[in-house]
Design a protein around this ligand. Sequence first.
Ligand SMILES: Cc1cc2nc3c(=O)[nH]c(=O)nc-3n(C[C@H](O)[C@H](O)[C@H](O)COP(=O)(O)OP(=O)(O)OC[C@H]3O[C@@H](n4cnc5c(N)ncnc54)[C@H](O)[C@@H]3O)c2cc1C
Length: 510
Amino acid sequence: MKTYTLSDFRIPAGKDIILEDEIARELHIPVSSFKVQKIVRKALDTRKKDYPVWVLTLQLEFYSSPPVHPALSEIQPLKIEAYTPILVHNPHPYIIGMGPAGLFCALAMVENGFKPWLFDKGDSLEERLIKVQDFWQKGILDENSNVQFGEGGAGTFSDGKLTSRRNDALTQRIYSELIKFGAPEEIAYEALPHLGTDGIQKIVKRIREYLITKGCKFHYRTPLTDIKLSEGKVSQVAFGNQWQEPEIIILALGNAARNTWKMLYEREIALAAKPFAIGFRIEQKQSDINRWIYGNESWSEILGPASYRLACKTGFTFCMCPGGNVILASSENNTVVTNGMSFSARKGIYGNSAIVTAVSAKDYGTGIWDGMNLQIDMETKAFHKGYLAPAQKADDFLQNKDSFVPLYSTCLPGIYPFNLNRFFPSSITSRLSSTLKYCNHIFPGFYTDAILVAPETRTSSPIKILRKEDYLSSLSASNLYPIGEGSGYSGGIISSAADGWRLGERFRIY
Ligand SMILES: Cc1cc2nc3c(=O)[nH]c(=O)nc-3n(C[C@H](O)[C@H](O)[C@H](O)COP(=O)(O)OP(=O)(O)OC[C@H]3O[C@@H](n4cnc5c(N)ncnc54)[C@H](O)[C@@H]3O)c2cc1C
């Protein structure tokens, strides 16, 4: 048996075909001479309108010598990163943060016999669901437990997109772990896999249950508030007035950990400012999006609601939620932050996506907190009418005029009309306007009936907790390990989970 990869194998979408017959025809061999071992990747090519095509990479097993074909190649093993194990004595490392980075770090550690203790400032998933509903429905925000904070981390109320730009053994490992905890098998090969907020929540709960059976302890509503350093190590950590002495501390804080970054900075942990992106959500009818992408709206019945990703010199679209909702994702009192969320079925009649432009020291200054302060300024300014988001017709934004027609948005809990030209600094407004025009050039009508809802500020972390490239530990303390999005070294659910796993699998008990 010889196993080969067949790449760029194209089949028209929506047709009833037998895959093996098509492959046999393409390779000029009998169906009986090979077996499809697995789909490695499945992406949709929608460049030719009204003729979507699946582009597959397949793993095939041949019973005798494989045919010669330009798309057929020997399987290349996925890249596995080499590392030196980190030896520790105490089986209970402290993991601060129960988002994807923290949870997957714990999953990797229990494989080597550790029983990590996990801490989060927020509530358990079940309690957190109540807190988030209280926020959206009654405007009551819990600063410790909200859309950003609590068990499951920031992606718990998300579209659950599981995209990753990397195809290495580590990323595949994260997908197989997710499948083990109930995600559909397709996530391992689909180009745009997603779980929806309902799917993510189920998996978070199962991961917790599994980790508890492995001896892990979950400490909710337990924020890390302080640390003490001694001889290049963290000697003590505080949760309120409780001081403890763990052997190692893993920081999986997420991109909204402003108080904790400040505390770390005061304790002389090396941090640096990092560029990020800022902008607004655009909300459009999902039927329009389907038409732009597929050519004919009816394809969505077969292929599901369409999604887009566009980029130009001035900005890019980000975190598209087909058939989803715009949501308020504030984590601090009297601030407004937007984001997007959808359920696995993606059945809503609107789709939304962030339109953002990269911002760096040129926009906000060279001080370490300048980028974060720009976020805070935007979020505070938006809190003009309570927990409602400023919104405007995209057409009016481009013409710099107030929107007088009633505006509709799915935004939870709601919006108020505001001219967003008066909201962003003029250089950012101009870049966002150019980006909108570029998108309209690609998909004519892109903004005609669209609503913009602001501000989208938490695209990635504005701060990096500097770490040693080889050891993954903080530059300032050898037993402090920053991981995930709050460390500034990852972005998104999958890459943060992978960053957590990469660290977790290195530890060994001696
Ligand atoms: C609404 C929304 C939708 C999103 N949609 C997607 C998507 O579809 N796909 C995608 O890839 N990404 C999405 N993201 C981004 C994604 O959620 C993050 O990239 C990912 O969660 C980062 O993982 P993390 O573990 O590094 O940090 P987080 O998930 O942010 O977890 C950090 C945890 O640390 C805790 N914490 C912080 N400070 C302390 C402290 N001092 N003490 C104790 N605990 C602390 C927080 O409470 C939090 O639970 C979305 C984010 C949001 C907010």
